[in-house]
Each structure stands twice: as structure tokens, then as C-alpha cells.
Design a protein around this ligand. Structure first.
Ligand SMILES: [Zn+2]
Length: 334
């Protein structure tokens, strides 16, 4: 049975800070989740994208330890050859995370006072903000703020909160990713194979979140395609037997030979697209948002998700060949 995540295990989702106004408009959602659509990427003129580490340690870690873990977290994404974006460490800074419009993408610890000032809850482990350029909708600045009140560690599986695992998740937001529905929940929480962009942490003492899955890498590759690897996509509509569309369903494509699992979210009209898929024969499965997850955990408008249908496995394989798009409409079981 899936366990309900305790509030203290929650990450704060990436807050959206706009140069003009706070926007909570319905995001254009596709895979693994592109939080605000495939255009929500770093401005081309700001690439390679630099990041800095705040010159402030915590009770548990020195600044140099934070630098090492931050670089390791960003390098984890950079290591994927499918992602065509370069990230570059630029050094320590006296700027602090969430000093907005300072043209410094700052990662690091805040103070409890600053957290309170920003209205961030004490159960927030870390939070990523984006500043997007007026009128263009691209990312112009991003910061990652880490809550200093937790017992952080840089030692894997030591029983404390793994800073690197948390920063790998936040670095996914930094790239423009939202939350993924690819999670494998065991008796004691998430197990290996769960996307690092799952909306809840793997828990204190777990270092599983240091490892990207195919779902995470595919999300980054769809935002920043690498020219070498042509990929295909599966798309279509999710509907009931009446023909009525199903809103914000989760669609998973699984390639058994590669053990390759990639999820995507249908939008508010019931259309889905899973992009970034290598050639293969994919099994498709549709499921609603987990019952104990709020709509907000996936940036969906409250009360707009359809959850009253059963997990549905599509009887036919979806074939992707030569990087083409395959269209498959899916009727869900009641
Ligand atoms: Zn998150």
C-alpha cells in the first residue's frame, strides 16, 4: 500500500517569480513534467548557464562541502549526453538565494529569519525560484534555497538529509522541470526506479534521489535536445467510453527491452505527448494522480484533475521507429 507522505517529507515545489507578475495560470503540461511548457527554458543568450554557491554554510556543512555537493548535483544532470545544455560553476558569492534580479543564480543556505520573511514554511526542505524575462517566457534567473534547520549531510545513507539528493531534485526545477508521476512506492517509501522529480522526497537518510532515471533524463532532453540523438514521441487523447476527455491523467510508456520508463501528463483537454523516446516498442499505461497527492503538487489547477477512472493498460504496443511520432488515443476503464 502506498504510504501518505508526511508533511515534513515534502519539498516545496518550484515557485514561479515573474518580472511582471506572479502567474499561476494553467501550465502547459507534457511529460516528466515540463512545468510551463517546452518554451520555458533558459534564454539562449545566457547559455552556458552559470550558477554560484552562497558564501554561507550551515551548522552541519561548511561552504566548501556545499560547493562540492552543488557541483555534483548539477554534474549529475550534465552527465546525460541526451541533454544539450551546459551548466557551469562560477564560484562563491556573497549574494543569497532569493535575492532576486541580481543576475546571480545562487544556490545555498538561507537563514530561518529569511525563510520566515519569504513566507516559506519550516517543513520546506528546499525551494527553487525562477525569474522569467518579460514577454518572452524564458528563464532569466533561478535560485535554489536550502532550509538550514534540517540536519544535512554529504555522506550517503548516513541517516541524515542528503544534501546532494535534494539539490539534484532542485537542479531539475532550475532547468525548468516540474514534477513527475513516475514513482515506485514500497512499504517504507519510495524505492529505486522512482524519478528524482517525484514531488516528495525519498526521505531522511536516503541517497536514492542522487540517481536520475530515464524519466528525469528524458524531461531534460526534451527541454534541451541534443542534436545527436533523434527521438520520437507518442501522443494522442485520453477519453472515457462516452468520448468525454479525461483531464490531467498520467501516461507512462515502458520499453521492456531497455527497462525504459517515461511518464507524461495529459493537459486539461485530455491531450498527452511523451517526447524524447528512442526507437522501441512501448507499453502504455494510464493512471490518475495518486489519491493522497494534491493537484498543486503537479502545478495543476485545484479541483480540475479527473481521478475517477481505473488504471488502464493499453493492449497494443506503441511502435517508435526512426524518431517518428506515433498517435494513440486511449480509452480508460471506469
Ligand atoms: Zn520539487
Amino acid at each position: 500500500m502506498p504510504r501518505s507522505p508526511a508533511p515534513s517529507l515534502r519539498w516545496r515545489a518550484g515557485a514561479v517569480v515573474l518580472a511582471v507578475a506572479m502567474s499561476l495560470a494553467t501550465p502547459t503540461v507534457s511529460g516528466y513534467q515540463l512545468v510551463r511548457g517546452p518554451e520555458f527554458v533558459w534564454a539562449p543568450e545566457l547559455r552556458p548557464v552559470g550558477y554560484w554557491v552562497a558564501n554561507a554554510g550551515s551548522h552541519w556543512l561548511t561552504v566548501d562541502q556545499v560547493v562540492a555537493e552543488t557541483r555534483a548535483a548539477f554534474d549529475t544532470w550534465q552527465a546525460s549526453e541526451a541533454m544539450g545544455l551546459e551548466l557551469s560553476y562560477r564560484g562563491k558569492t556573497n549574494q543569497r538565494p532569493f535575492d532576486f534580479f541580481d543576475a546571480t543564480n545562487t544556490v545555498g543556505f538561507s537563514t530561518p529569519e529569511r525563510m520566515a520573511q519569504l513566507g516559506l514554511s519550516q517543513v520546506t526542505l528546499a525551494v527553487t525560484s525562477w525569474v522569467s524575462a518579460i514577454g518572452r517566457g524564458v528563464i532569466a534567473e533561478a535560485d535554489i534555497l536550502v532550509n538550514p534547520v534540517y540536519t544535512w549531510t554529504d555522506i550517503p545513507d548516513s541517516g541524515f538529509w542528503d544534501l546532494r539528493a535534494t539539490l539534484v531534485h532542485e537542479a531539475g526545477h532550475f532547468l525548468g522541470l516540474g514534477h513527475s508521476g513516475v514513482g515506485r512506492v514500497g512499504d517504507h517509501g519510495l524505492v529505486a526506479g522512482s524519478s528524482v522529480m517525484w514531488p516528495y522526497t525519498f526521505g531522511r537518510g536516503s541517497s536514492l534521489g542522487r540517481m536520475l532515471t530515464a524519466d528525469d533524463v528524458t524531461g531534460a532532453a526534451v527541454l534541451y535536445p541534443s542534436p545527436e540523438a533523434p527521438t520520437g514521441s507518442i501522443r494522442g487523447a485520453i477519453h472515457r467510453d462516452s468520448g468525454e476527455r479525461v483531464r490531467y491523467a498520467h501516461v507512462v510508456a515502458y520499453e521492456p527491452l531497455r527497462d525504459h520508463t517515461v511518464g507524461a501528463w495529459a493537459d486539461g483537454e485530455g491531450n498527452y505527448e511523451i517526447a524524447g523516446l528512442p526507437d522501441g516498442r512501448y507499453l502504455l499505461r494510464v493512471n490518475p494522480i495518486p489519491a493522497h497527492h494534491g493537484d498543486g503538487a503537479y502545478f495543476f489547477p485545484y479541483g480540475q484533475t479527473d481521478r475517477d477512472f481505473s488504471v488502464t493498460v493499453v493492449a497494443q504496443f506503441a511502435l517508435i521507429s526512426g524518431g517518428q511520432a506515433t498517435e494513440i488515443n486511449i480509452e480508460v476503464l471506469p
